[in-house]
Design a protein around this ligand. Structure first.
Ligand code: UT7
Length: 412
């Protein structure tokens, strides 16, 4: 596969034309139990439940406990996906983990997950493509399988974003939440599975969503922390503009490379950043909103985790049947975007049992000896969580707000 480098039309991955196809055989998700509502956030920054709900569709998000990490959430989702697939962890040949919030700079979070799930054989690496990380990982897994390099690939999206937010910045701290999702892709000579793939990278958007400090350009120091450069920064409007334009175009490319039209796709699973963006995608594809799966109201934006969490929930809720076409599509920092159209071939009923078979309390990520990390929860968030809101608004009446017209309608 290749990506666009200089702003020209993206060069995309070729569809799977070989004999070996990559089928989704397992799926699983994990979200922390702690809920942070819009009402809770009203006590922290100058915002309102009404503003957040109408501008984003988000009603609440999940916050990881101090004992949880990106790896621990990823490991639970992964074991659930592996159980759903009816496999043993050691059947996995490759682990790809999309994240922008790894446990450490090194080793990769994928390596920690490999150990936590009890796999002894797989190659493991992280995929850095921000919110598109899971879709990029999925496309990479397809290529490994189609080339015969791997038989079973575990693809994970996992994020712990609530530790990288500035809780004085109302434009970002209300958007994000924590969680993990995973799928198993398995080689098969049967038709179906991953079809057309489209991946793009447009670096002119590189500083529209970024985390300035901590890397080689600006290593962590008291100065970078005093400047708040260890928090996520975002130009919301520019990002919104990119997303509404690119998501529909990327999805359409993927669908067409599959020899299909949007109307042939039973369900789109878009990145869950803002329900207005998802409405613009529906509009761009000339489809009704019931073809778009949404759960942003429950979890906010979980970056690379949003697509696999949404996919697992959609399947478990009976939204997909064997033979349906489904298109996963994401966008994120970079700017990156990616879409894969899939012919669904797995028995949807398997997912519920896979979830039930894995108790998060039984899953452990090994910690280093003789090292105590500091309390990972940002103080403002810790204080808020210590005083939970008594108001828990029902989630069955989400008010998504009026869709913005797609600023660049899909034109071919
Ligand atoms: O995974 C990719 C990550 N990022 C995204 O997907 C984000 C894409 N962008 C968006 O979803 C939207 O741009 C936002 C939800 C971030 C913002 O919505 P918007 O409709 O573009 O609002 P805005 O930034 O234009 O702000 C409108 C007003 C401003 O006030 P003034 O200048 O008009 O007086 C903001 O200061 O809303 C104000 N505002 C808020 N008010 C209450 C911004 N954040 C908040 C807030 N509560 N949390």
């Amino acid at each position: 596969m290749s990506a666009e480098l200089n702003g020209s039309r993206p060069a995309a991955a070729a569809p799977n034309t070989g004999q070996i196809r990559a089928h989704v055989t397992g799926w699983g998700r994990y979200v922390p139990s702690r809920v942070l509502t819009n009402k809770d956030l009203e006590r922290l920054v100058d915002t309102s439940d009404e503003w957040i709900t109408t501008r984003t569709g988000i009603r609440e998000r999940r916050v990881a406990a101090a004992s949880e990490t990106t790896a621990s959430m990823a490991a639970v989702a992964s074991l659930r996906a592996i159980r759903t697939a009816g496999l043993d962890p050691d059947d996995i040949d490759l682990i790809l983990l999309g994240t922008l919030t790894p446990d450490y700079w090194m080793p990769s979070t994928a390596a920690l997950v490999k150990e936590a799930i009890g796999n002894t054989r797989a190659a493991a690496m992280d995929v850095s493509a921000a919110c598109s990380g899971f879709v990029y990982g999925f496309a990479t897994a397809q290529a490994w399988i189609a080339s015969g390099l791997a038989k079973h690939v575990l693809v994970i999206g996992a994020e712990l974003l609530t530790r990288f937010l500035d809780y004085t910045d109302r434009s970002t701290c209300i958007l994000f939440g924590d969680g993990a999702g995973a799928v198993v892709l398995s080689a098969s000579d049967q038709p179906g599975g991953a079809l057309g793939i489209e991946l793009t990278t447009e670096p002119q958007g590189a500083y529209m969503i970024w985390l300035p400090a901590g890397g080689a350009k600006s290593p962590p120091s008291a100065k970078t922390i005093a400047r708040g450069e260890h928090y996520i920064r975002m130009e919301g409007k520019e990002t919104y503009r990119f997303a509404t334009k690119t998501m529909a175009t990327t999805a359409l490319e993927s669908v067409r490379k599959s020899g299909l039209e949007p109307k042939d796709v039973a369900l789109f699973i878009p990145h869950q950043a803002n329900v207005r963006i998802i409405e613009a995608v529906a509009k761009g594809l000339n489809l009704p909103m019931d073809r778009m799966y949404t759960n942003v109201q429950k979890y906010g934006n979980t970056s690379a985790a949003s697509v696999p969490i949404a996919l697992a929930e959609a399947v478990n809720e009976g939204r997909l049947r064997v033979g349906d076409n489904v298109c996963i599509v994401a966008f994120g920092a970079g700017f990156t975007s990616g879409a894969v159209t899939i012919e669904w071939t797995a028995d949807p009923a398997r997912g519920i049992a896979g979830d039930a078979a894995v108790d998060p309390r039984d899953v452990h990520v090994r910690l280093p000896i003789d090292w105590d990390s500091v309390d990972p929860i940002p103080p403002a968030l810790a204080e808020l969580m210590a005083r939970p809101s008594e108001v828990n608004p029902p989630l069955d009446d989400v008010v998504p707000g009026e869709p913005e017209p797609a600023s660049h309608p899909v034109a071919r």
